[in-house]
Design a protein around this ligand. Structure first.
Ligand SMILES: [Zn+2]
Length: 384
């Protein structure tokens, strides 16, 4: 067993060394991993590395002490957030000490924890471990906890099932024993465009999206009023929230598309998939009254995970195919031939629309009101 002198670095000195590796999430962390490995290997630790696809980053999972029984994990991430555009007084990757505080990128979140763990390894090993101690240091936490997924998959495959895990994220020295889960989605509603004067003939995607958002709000209120509750959380119930909505192009155009992003932040016991199916049921039955409406998918706005609502989408595709592509460009779809035979008033300022109607129509007359010029013209159909 190596003596204390193998790693004589104090936690402060260890932190200085760790901060000097500029492990911003977009960059490699391999130098830091090599450094950590060098500290742990003399103690006979078993080390597993899992890399990203480009082999530029790695998670490190080390086991110290006895093997073959469930151990305790000390876990931290090695990556840090960028420093560009921030007013640093000192080099962010050279630790500075001022008024009893240590400054540097990642000093707090969360190389400080990793430094303390590594500095204590000689003492921990000197006392003798009765239970395995695991160290799990991941990459790409700051950009969505991407790295640790591979680490966990590797442990599962290797049959390593630790007993518990302490994550050293900064919480001002207060233990945080649980965290809400989060699932986020993008819902895209597709309608049928047209001039707003023809509102009943189109399908207003913004209005249907608003109904869907209102349904989510109902779900949010139900959780607020009826729980379940866990008083350990600042907000004691599952929350449902819509944060972004985009749709429509002009007041006089029936909006063809509207997309909104929403999320569930759920209590540990609440099932987010059940919440999503409740929303899907509403969309599939309550919302899709108009067969020309398409709510094709709820996607994860970041990851592109498709979660369905495809049945409604398929219905609407058929409707869209049956209509002129015209209707998707923000002008009214030409009315059906049968109605043109009786004559029709068409409000448009698109020359192509007029030509299209004239070509297709064998009606006695078409009156065209141009919305720009605000005057009516009477156009004779071609003789057939
Ligand atoms: Zn962190």
């Amino acid at each position: 067993m190596p003596s204390r002198s193998v790693s004589p670095l104090s936690s402060v000195e260890m932190l200085r060394r760790l901060i000097a590796f500029p492990t911003v999430s977009r960059d490699s962390n391999l130098e830091l991993i090599r450094f950590v490995r060098g500290i742990l290997e003399p103690y006979g630790s078993e080390i597993r590395l899992t890399h990203d696809e480009a082999k530029r980053k790695a998670n490190l999972f080390a086991t110290l002490g006895p093997r073959g029984e469930p151990g305790i994990v000390l876990s931290g991430h090695t990556d840090v957030v960028p420093v560009e555009g921030q007013a640093w007084d000192t080099d962010p990757f050279a630790m500075a000490e001022k008024d009893g505080r240590l400054y540097g990128r990642g000093a707090c979140d969360m190389k400080g924890f990793i430094a303390c763990v590594l500095a204590l390894i000689p003492e921990i090993m000197g006392r003798g471990l009765k239970t395995p101690l695991h160290l799990a240091f991941s990459y790409d936490e700051e950009v969505g906890c991407i790295g640790v997924g591979r680490l966990i998959a590797d442990l599962r495959q290797a049959g390593i099932r630790p007993r518990s895990c302490i994550v050293g994220e900064p919480t001002e020295m207060r233990p945080v024993i649980a965290h809400k889960g989060k699932k986020s989605y993008r819902c895209t509603v597709r309608g049928l465009a047209g001039h707003s004067a023809y509102a009943p003939l189109g399908v207003n995607a913004v209005e249907y999206a608003a109904e869907a958002v209102a349904f989510l709000k109902q779900m949010a209120r139900r959780h607020r009023d009826r729980g379940p509750y866990d008083r350990g959380f600042d907000i004691a119930h599952t929350t449902v929230h819509t944060g972004v909505i985009r749709g429509g192009s002009a007041l006089n155009v029936i909006p063809h598309e509207c997309a909104f992003d929403f999320e569930f932040r759920h209590l540990p016991g609440d099932d987010p998939d059940r919440l999503l199916s409740e929303f899907r049921d509403f969309v599939g039955t309550g919302l899709v009254r108009d067969r020309r409406l398409a709510v094709p998918a709820c996607r994860h706005p970041d990851g592109g995970v498709r979660t369905g609502l495809d049945r409604a989408g398929a219905q609407a595709e058929r409707v869209r195919d049956a209509r002129s592509a015209h209707s998707l460009r923000g002008v009214p779809a030409p009315p059906r031939r049968s109605s043109l035979r009786k004559g029709v008033i068409l409000i448009t300022h698109h020359a192509s629309c007029i030509a299209n109607v004239r070509r297709k129509a064998s009606c006695p007359f078409v009156v065209i009101v141009t919305t720009r010029e605000r005057r009516a013209r009477r156009i004779q159909p071609r003789s057939t």
